[in-house]
Design a protein around this ligand. Structure first.
Ligand code: TRP
Ligand code: SF4
Length: 328
C-alpha cells in the first residue's frame, strides 16, 4: 500500500444497486483500486438521517450492497471495505466535530435545503439531518483521505469537510489534511422511462435482476419519442436504448443500428432484443459472483469483519491523535 494515495468514498444503503450506480460510481471505484489505497464503506448511520422512521430494511440493504460491490468487482484484498456503524470512532469524531461546526455552515448547505423540499413527505427537521455533513466529514477525515470520488451532488459536502478540517487544525494543531473531491462523470444512461435512473422512480435495471427481468424492462424502455411506427425513421442520438448499445454491444452492432434506425430498416423491438441480449451477457459474470457469495454467507461475514478491522485500526490511531490534540 505504501506510496499510494488514499481515497475514500461511501454509499448509503438505500436499496439494490442499479446500472446508474454502476456507471456513475462503482465502475470508477473498481478502476481506482489499482492506483489508490482505497477505503469504501456503507454509510448506514447516514441512512438513518432520512429514514429514521422505518429502519427495518437497512441491515438487509447493507448486506446486499456489499454483495453488489463484490459481484461488480470490488476486491477485499485490494480495498478496505467496511460498514460505518461498526466503527464507533465515526460517532466519536462526529461528536467532536459537531462542537466546532457553526450551524450556519449546515443551514446554507445546498443539499440540505434541496432535500427538505424534495423529500417533503418526511420530517427532516432533525438535528441528525442537519448534521449530515458533519458525520460525512468525520467519515472522510478519519482516514486522512487525500481524495473523495463523488458525484457533483456531493461536492458541497466535501467542501464543508474541508472547512471543518481547517477549523479543527486551526484550534488544535495540524491533524487533518483537507480532502479533495474527485469528480465522477455522471452517466448518460437513463431509466427505462428516460428519467434519471433511480430506485424511487421505479425505472431502474438492477445489477441483481435476472435475465428475464432485464428482458422485460428493456422491452418497456422508451425510445426516440418521434418514432411512432416501425416505418418512421428514428434518431439514435436521442434514444436511450442506443446509449445502452454503445455501452454493451460490439462496435459492429452499434454502427449497424445507427444506420438502420435512421433508415427505418430496423424496428425498436428487434433493436431492444439485441441490446437486452448483450446486456444480459455483460452482467452474467456479476450474476455468477453474486450466486457464489450468496451461497457462502460465512465468507461474506469474514470479508466484512476483516474490512472493519482494517478500518478500525486506522480510526483508533486517528482518534488517539484527536484526543492528544484536544487534550481530552
Ligand atoms: N453522502 C454520500 C451520498 O449520499 C454518502 C457518504 C457518506 C459519503 N459519507 C461519505 C460519500 C464520505 C463520500 C465520503 O452519496
Ligand atoms: Fe432507439 Fe433502436 Fe428504436 Fe432506433 S431502433 S429508436 S436506436 S430503439
Amino acid at each position: 500500500m505504501t506510496g499510494k494515495k488514499r481515497i475514500l468514498s461511501g454509499m448509503r444503503p438505500t436499496g439494490p444497486l442499479h446500472l446508474g450506480n454502476l456507471h456513475g460510481a462503482l465502475n470508477n471505484w473498481i478502476n481506482m483500486q489499482e492506483h489508490y489505497d482505497c477505503f469504501f464503506f456503507i454509510a448506514d448511520w447516514h441512512a438513518l438521517t432520512s429514514d429514521y422512521e422505518d429502519t427495518g430494511n437497512i441491515a438487509e440493504y447493507v448486506r446486499n450492497m456489499l454483495i453488489d460491490w463484490l459481484s461488480a468487482g470490488l476486491l477485499p484484498d485490494k480495498s478496505t471495505l467496511f460498514i460505518q456503524s461498526r466503527i464507533k470512532e465515526h460517532a466519536e469524531l462526529f461528536l467532536v466535530l459537531s462542537m466546532i461546526t457553526p450551524v450556519p455552515w449546515l443551514e446554507r448547505n445546498p443539499t440540505y435545503k434541496d432535500q427538505i423540499v424534495q423529500l417533503s413527505n418526511k420530517d427532516l427537521s432533525t438535528f441528525g439531518f442537519l448534521g449530515y455533513p458533519v458525520l460525512q466529514a468525520a467519515d472522510i477525515i478519519m482516514y486522512k483521505a487525500y481524495g473523495v470520488p463523488v458525484g457533483v451532488d456531493q461536492v458541497p459536502h466535501v467542501e464543508i469537510t474541508r472547512e471543518i478540517a481547517r477549523r479543527f487544525n486551526y484550534f488544535y494543531g495540524e491533524v487533518f489534511p483537507e480532502p479533495e473531491s474527485i469528480l465522477t462523470q455522471t452517466p448518460k444512461i437513463l431509466g427505462i422511462d428516460r428519467r434519471k435512473m433511480s430506485k424511487s422512480y421505479n425505472n431502474a435495471i438492477f445489477l441483481s435482476d435476472s435475465p428475464d427481468e432485464i428482458s422485460a424492462k428493456v422491452a418497456k424502455m422508451l425510445t426516440d419519442p418521434q418514432r411512432a411506427r416501425k416505418s418512421d425513421p428514428g434518431d439514435p442520438d436521442v434514444c436511450n436504448v442506443y446509449e445502452f448499445h454503445k455501452l454493451y454491444s460490439d462496435s459492429q452492432n452499434v454502427e449497424r443500428i445507427n444506420r438502420e434506425c435512421r433508415t427505418a430498416e430496423i424496428g425498436c423491438v428487434e433493436c431492444k432484443e439485441i441490446m437486452a441480449r448483450h446486456l444480459i451477457n455483460a452482467l452474467e459474470p456479476m450474476r455468477e459472483k453474486r450466486a457464489y457469495y450468496e451461497t457462502r454467507p460465512n465468507l461474506v461475514d469474514e470479508i466484512i469483519e476483516d474490512g472493519c478491522e482494517k478500518a478500525r485500526k486506522v480510526a483508533r490511531q486517528t482518534m488517539a491523535e484527536v484526543k492528544a490534540a484536544i487534550k481530552i
